[in-house]
Design a protein around this ligand. Structure first.
Ligand SMILES: Cc1cc2nc3c(=O)[nH]c(=O)nc-3n(C[C@H](O)[C@H](O)[C@H](O)COP(=O)(O)OP(=O)(O)OC[C@H]3O[C@@H](n4cnc5c(N)ncnc54)[C@H](O)[C@@H]3O)c2cc1C
Length: 429
């Protein structure tokens, strides 16, 4: 995974008339994740030399989350892998980073936000990059010690301590990407891992049954136990600590650690309180403008209109946090910008590495074409709709993303036999 490119030196001259007029309040970003960091960096590289303030509720320098369930949790990667920008970047680029500070209210009329330290912060332009929080389901017993959700660095640090050394009984509730990744890492660390989820085949909602089976089989081979389809009827405990999970199918799974990974909900509270349009997150146009003047949204919290599909989609992925952070920053500076990237995400589970590009919503009704053999665990899957590739996923085959994105963005009619033939270069199809 690549880092955000190094920051260029901010342009010394003001980029636009905006700068002079707004030096006093400047650009304010709420959030402390990848979208926030990328937006701050882009404001500087795009020539903004006025004030930038990041209001970040977590006590951390902005960090990115993918390693939390993979290399960082496994102990293979350190803190550096979490940082999209060096720790010193903020001070060196005159960006005020208010760590451990929550924005509690937004007033679009007065162009101010209120902070939990009681102060009011004016803004010229505001970016809401508040991300998402784990969905919390009130399973009986969810408050027992040893039951976790998983989103933050603190979650990963706590679980690393418990799982390293192995031998624990770990139960995952939730069979999506995060649940499957944590299951793989926990198993690799030598723990007994059981996973339950509502789908017959994990990940099938996202990538279909045949491809979900590839990942599920790899987990089974490694000794992960699946209870499917099932949810938790009760998390049971002894002396206040979790001891087992009773599934809705009547199975009792021993548990020292339970991780609830049942999706996320976007952090819309600020926007909702201010009367902004909410629709599965904060609704924004393709330039990431909200319904309030001078207020923008990016990252997991933003439900953006995509110029290709014309419809809104909220992406909960790493690449979108970067792409939308850049677009939001340009938009805040009054420059033409649109979030028109082809959606992209990736996962690593055991020795399966995967990249996915394309429009999941269009893939639902598409024909699945496989280049290579699923059983070999080295293949490319294409979703073809009306003769055009709308999405694709490469598993353990690398350096094909440029060709795949070209196939998708060109919207050219493809020969599916050529698509399925590993000998035919993708560029020629
Ligand atoms: C464990 C894990 C593994 C992942 N792995 C992958 C992967 O392999 N591939 C992939 O494509 N994607 C992955 N993702 C998804 C990816 O990390 C997210 O899409 C990305 O973090 C979104 O960035 P963001 O900046 O929008 O939000 P976040 O990273 O959620 O950051 C938002 C920040 O805003 C703060 N905040 C919220 N409200 C306020 C407030 N009122 N005031 C101040 N601060 C506030 C939050 O505390 C948080 O720190 C993973 C996510 C997790 C949790």
């Amino acid at each position: 995974m690549s880092q955000i490119p190094s920051p260029a030196v901010p342009a010394s001259a003001t980029a636009s008339a905006l700068a002079d007029a707004t030096q006093a309040s400047g650009m304010v970003i709420v959030g402390g994740g990848l979208a926030a960091a990328t937006a701050a960096q882009t404001l500087r590289t795009e020539g903004w030399d006025g004030a930038i303030t990041i209001v970040a509720q977590e006590p951390e320098v902005p960090y990115q989350r993918p390693p939390l369930s993979k290399g960082f949790l496994a102990g293979k990667e350190g803190e550096d892998a979490l940082l999209p920008l060096p720790v010193d970047w903020y001070a060196e680029n005159n960006v005020t980073l208010m760590k451990g500070t929550q924005a509690t209210a937004l007033n679009p009329q007065s162009h101010t936000i209120t902070l939990d330290n009681g102060t009011t912060l004016p803004y010229t332009k505001l970016l809401l990059a508040t991300g998402a929080d784990p969905r919390r389901i009130p399973f009986p017993g969810v408050d027992l010690e040893g039951v976790y959700t998983f989103r933050t660095k603190a979650d990963s640090v706590a679980l690393k301590e418990l799982l390293t050394g192995g031998g624990k009984n770990v139960v995952l509730i939730g069979s999506g990407w995060i649940g499957m990744e944590i299951a793989a890492t926990a198993r690799e660390l030598g723990n007994n891992v059981a996973l339950m989820g509502l789908e017959e085949v994990p990940l099938s909602v996202a990538i279909g049954t045949a491809l979900g089976t590839v990942f599920t089989d790899r987990h089974k081979e490694a000794g992960v136990r699946f209870e499917l389809p099932a949810s938790a009827a009760e998390i049971q405990g002894t002396d206040g600590h979790v001891s087992s999970v009773l599934t809705t199918t009547g199975v009792t799974l021993p548990a020292d650690v339970v991780i609830v990974a049942v999706g996320v909900v976007p952090n819309i509270a600020l926007a909702q309180g201010a009367g902004l349009t909410i629709n599965n997150g904060i609704e924004v146009d393709s330039a990431l403008r909200t319904s309030a003047a001078d207020v923008f949204a990016a990252g997991d919290v933003a439900n953006a209109q995509h110029p290709v599909t014309g419809s809104h989609a909220r992406s909960e992925h790493w690449a979108n946090a970067i792409a939308s952070g850049k677009v939001a920053a340009k938009s805040m500076l009054g420059k033409d910008a649109a979030l028109d990237d082809i959606p992209y995400f990736y996962t690593d589970q055991f020795d399966l590495g995967m990249e996915y590009s394309g429009f999941g919503a269009l893939a639902k009704d598409a024909e699945l074409v496989i280049r290579g053999e699923l059983a070999s665990r080295e293949f490319i899957a294409f979703w073809v709709l009306d003769g055009r590739v709308v999405a694709s996923m490469n598993v353990n085959i690398w350096d094909v993303q440029d060709a795949i994105k070209d196939l998708i963005s060109s919207q050219r009619i493809v020969d599916t036999a050529a698509l399925a033939d590993p000998q035919t270069p993708l560029e020629t199809i």
